[in-house]
Design a binder for this molecule. Structure first.
Ligand code: APR
Length: 226
């Protein structure tokens, strides 16, 4: 089977009612990144950081996968599919995708604030001040904050560099190192980018831009692929 990598950002979950970051009315218009999504913010006011992620977790709990997530999952019928997502929601998993790599973490997990290897599945339960890991230290969201390493990046490079087809959906390609993945696809591989807005991409061979929202673009792409 041909190897297909789907690389997604907040845009694929927009039609599930989850805000993106940089669109108008996006999350970063409502919150200052430095107050809620950095290690410094965690040190300064862990309760504000926990409130931010507990709110996002509640929103994810109330959301459903949309047609784009479902069509991505259905690609597994005809391709060897790996999903690499920047999103911290679990909508790809709930849509039925079986191989999902989260680059920036996931809202349903917490980890020890002193040992990043102590990771706990907490589902949609809020993480509160006083919730401790087995070593007796405060739990934090298992999210990659700005300024922190992206541990799954090497695996992501491996997957993209071995892809026959790369599909990019709903990302402004603003945040590195994730955004650099497009440069790691083999020159000969076929690339598709689905986004309703104009996305600046580096000069890339075999790239087809589908200027549509994710649900419409994925319906068009499924026809192209079959
Ligand atoms: N369908 C597809 N794409 C959409 C839709 C839609 N319905 N609505 C918006 N988009 C596109 C926007 O045009 C934009 O290109 O989704 C993209 C969202 O970009 P961002 O808000 O920057 O989100 P993302 O690229 O995922 O951000 C990357 O930045 O803040 C950090 O860690 C956070 O993982 C996030 C990372």
């Amino acid at each position: 089977m041909r190897k297909l990598v789907v690389f997604t950002g907040a845009g694929i979950s927009a039609e599930s009612g989850i805000k993106t970051f940089r669109d108008s009315d996006g999350l970063w218009e409502e919150y200052n990144i430095m107050d809620v999504a950095t290690p410094e913010a965690w040190t300064k006011s862990p309760e504000l950081v926990l409130e931010f992620y507990n709110k996002r977790k509640a929103q994810v709990k109330g959301a459903m996968p949309n047609l784009a997530h479902n069509l991505v999952a259905e690609l597994e019928d005809n391709f060897e599919v790996r999903v690499i997502t920047q999103n911290i929601d679990d909508l790809h998993e709930r849509a039925g995708s079986t191989d999902v790599l989260h680059l920036h973490g996931i809202v349903t997990q917490a980890r020890s604030s002193v040992d990043e290897n102590l990771i706990y599945d907490v589902g949609f339960n809020a993480i509160n001040l006083g919730d401790k890991c087995e070593l007796g230290f405060q739990l934090r969201p298992h999210i990659v904050w700005f300024g922190e390493d992206v541990p799954n990046m090497n695996r992501a490079y491996e997957l993209v560099s071995d892809a026959d087809i790369l599909i990019i959906i709903g990302t402004s390609l603003n945040v590195h190192p994730a955004a650099g993945l497009i440069n790691d696809a083999p020159t000969k591989s076929k690339k598709y980018l689905i986004d309703p807005n104009e996305i600046r991409v580096p000069d890339t061979d075999n790239l087809i831009m589908i200027k549509e929202k994710a649900t419409t673009g994925m319906q068009q792409l499924v026809k192209l692929l079959n």
